[in-house]
Design a protein around this ligand. Structure first.
Ligand SMILES: Cc1cc2nc3c(=O)[nH]c(=O)nc-3n(C[C@H](O)[C@H](O)[C@H](O)COP(=O)(O)OP(=O)(O)OC[C@H]3O[C@@H](n4cnc5c(N)ncnc54)[C@H](O)[C@@H]3O)c2cc1C
Length: 270
């Protein structure tokens, strides 16, 4: 016999910590659009005002993580990195985006959702809070929310990028086992690559400073050989990362799509 589901509501961050301590197995929900089933006991946090806001600073945007995807799309697109705005716009449909939150997208369990690659490439930072501690974590190091912590802030740097590529793999507006996202960002100075960031996220995520550093200082246009060697290094990195998560079924097509996107992005530079 199925148990009656229980939903609690928190109005402040302190109420979250109180409920987490007091109610066994309680699970946070934002818009609750991620899973087909609601948790047996859930704590709805999307109405917490201190977790739902956006502020533009000179060099970064600060988001309360319970901001909905539709609220993000109300921001002037020219004020946000294009790859982030495009990624938000590509998620689900308007009705879902009206209730789906930034936090829910980042904290999705078992799969890297659409915003993971843009936030990783853009060097976003996460603020996590527990009842007694506040820690800051770069997106590049984020795997999951530690027990007793909640996501309390997302900090998004606002650098300018000459080349900015965001591509989704798999079906549009839906997450399946074929879904992944890819971001490529580059800047040049005096005809040399001065900054480069590449991120891929889906069944697992890839971001490697070692790979990116291979091309720093390279002169444009890149030679065919340089592009080929870079693709080989990217293929090796993909295979090594995949090996660390063999428990997951990953469609083979994602590998070739990733490598095609690396090549396509490099060609935008030449
Ligand atoms: C039809 C449909 C299409 C979709 N298409 C896409 C798509 O194209 N791309 C995509 O990325 N997603 C898609 N989704 C999935 C989902 O809508 C989004 O990922 C959304 O951003 C999740 O947000 P949410 O608020 O609903 O998360 P929830 O389902 O409420 O939560 C997801 C997870 O985040 C945790 N969480 C929430 N807030 C916090 C917090 N503050 N601290 C710690 N943990 C927290 C919850 O405990 C839960 O584990 C789709 C869903 C549907 C139904």
């Amino acid at each position: 016999m199925s148990k009656t589901r229980q939903i609690y509501y928190a109005k402040t961050l302190n109420e979250i910590f109180y409920q987490k301590k007091s109610v066994k197995d309680i699970q946070l929900i934002g818009g609750c659009t991620q899973d087909k089933k609601m948790p047996e006991i859930s704590l709805c946090v999307r109405n917490i005002r201190e977790l739902n806001y956006s502020i533009k600073h000179e060099r970064f945007f600060e988001f309360g993580p319970e901001i909905t995807l539709s609220q993000i799309l109300e921001i002037d697109p020219s004020k946000l990195p294009s790859v982030f705005f495009e990624a938000v716009k590509s998620i689900a449909n308007r009705n879902i985006r009206n209730i789906a939150t930034l936090a829910g997208n980042i904290c999705a369990k078992n799969y890297r959702h659409t915003l993971f690659a843009p936030l990783t490439a853009l060097d976003a930072r996460l603020e996590l809070k527990s009842e007694t501690e506040t820690v800051y974590l770069p997106m590049t190091k984020f795997t999951e929310i530690p027990e007793k912590f909640v996501l309390s802030k997302v900090i998004l740097p606002l650098d300018d990028w000459e080349v900015a590529v965001f591509k989704r793999l798999g079906p549009a507006h839906l997450i399946t086992e074929n879904s992944a996202s890819f971001v490529f960002l580059a800047n040049t100075l005096k005809n040399q690559i001065s900054n480069l960031k590449i991120a891929f996220a889906g069944p697992f995520s890839i971001r490697s400073l070692e790979l990116e550093n291979r091309l720093l200082g390279a002169y444009l246009p890149l030679s065919e050989n340089t592009i080929l060697e870079f693709e080989e290094a990217a293929a090796k990195l993909y295979d090594e990362t995949y090996e660390t998560c063999q428990d997951k079924k990953v469609p083979a097509i994602l590998r070739s799509q990733f490598l095609n996107l690396v090549k396509y992005s490099l060609e935008q530079l030449t």
